[in-house]
Design a protein around this ligand. Structure first.
Ligand code: PPS
Length: 274
């Protein structure tokens, strides 16, 4: 293979391909395959995203909405323990014994999700973000994640991203797959840009979707604690306590800039989807 083509291929040290989708090597094809039969409960909620689209933000919003102790600060439980990643169960959490409603985060493409979920059992909140901001966020993220291949050259990273040769494969396939199969799921679509523009409305949409009634005061508290500035300061929400074998301390932050530069791009792109 020529040098150029070699540079375009993701390193097997970091990813493996399962049914056309790239996963990080801190999960296994067996675990991913087992998710097909993962039993879904009616109250389950999945936050599904392409990486860097607002997953951690939505995780925190759901923790704040569902758990009073998280909202009023009496419980000190980190987001990744409260809302584990279904395909990357790095802490070996016993999913069967999580308190109800169980909430999971995932980057899975629609077709690798549990069968029950694809039969409208449980709920999915799918968050998209404009791909240019995703690309920039992803590039910076790669620099400090032990689990991601280091590609110091932004142009090469962009080539890989556009070709879907990164963890989670191609942005467009992910987003269009979920939008095209929306009718199979009990699903709420949100965009990072609308959350940024009007967080309160997004919180209300989520409450409505999951059937949770909060008082006006409680809603205000969720919104306040879910702003970028306040999440950056909240160790439960900012992922600063990632294990050393996952993230390199001091090399970057999960909550980096939290901006949307190009709202119009994603609005235009999303309007082309069915
Ligand atoms: N509260 C709030 N407000 C605005 N933006 C926020 C918020 N929380 C997280 N973020 C930004 O989301 C980006 C990370 O996306 P993800 O959480 O999906 O990343 S991951 O896939 O789970 O690794 C990453 O974007 P960038 O700052 O552009 O890198 C985070 O800063």
């Amino acid at each position: 293979m020529s040098d150029n083509r070699l540079m375009m291929e993701p390193s097997k040290e970091f990813v493996f391909n399962y049914k056309g989708f790239y996963f990080a090597v801190n999960t296994t094809p067996e675990h991913v395959a087992s998710l097909e039969n993962f039993e879904i409960k009616d109250s389950d909620i999945f936050i599904a995203t392409y990486p860097k689209s607002g997953t951690v933000w939505t995780q925190n919003i759901l923790s704040l909405i569902i758990h009073e102790g998280h909202r009023n600060g009496t419980e000190d439980m980190e987001t990744m323990d409260r809302i584990p990643w279904v395909e990357y169960n790095i802490k070996n959490i016993d999913f069967a014994n999580l308190p109800l409603p169980r909430v999971f985060a995932t980057h899975l493409p629609y077709y690798l999700t549990p069968r029950d979920l694809r039969n409208k059992k449980g709920r999915v909140i799918y968050v998209t973000r404009n791909p240019k901001d995703v690309l920039v966020s992803y590039y910076h993220f790669s620099k400090f994640m032990v689990t991601l291949e280091k590609i110091p050259d932004f142009n090469l990273f962009m080539e890989r991203f556009l070709a879907g040769k990164v963890l989670a494969s191609a942005w467009f396939d992910h987003v269009s797959g979920w939008y095209n199969h929306a009718k199979d799921f009990n699903i709420l679509f949100l965009t990072y840009e609308e959350m940024k523009k009007d967080l309160r409305s997004a919180v209300l949409k989520i409450c409505n979707f999951i059937g949770k009634k909060l008082s006006e005061e409680e809603i205000e508290s969720v919104v306040r604690q879910a702003t970028f500035e306040n999440m950056q300061k909240d160790p439960r929400a900012n992922y600063e306590n990632m294990p050393d074998d996952i993230a390199i301390k001091g090399k970057g932050k999960f909550l980096r800039k939290g901006n949307n530069q190009l709202h119009f791009v994603s609005t235009n792109l999303l309007s082309q989807l069915p």
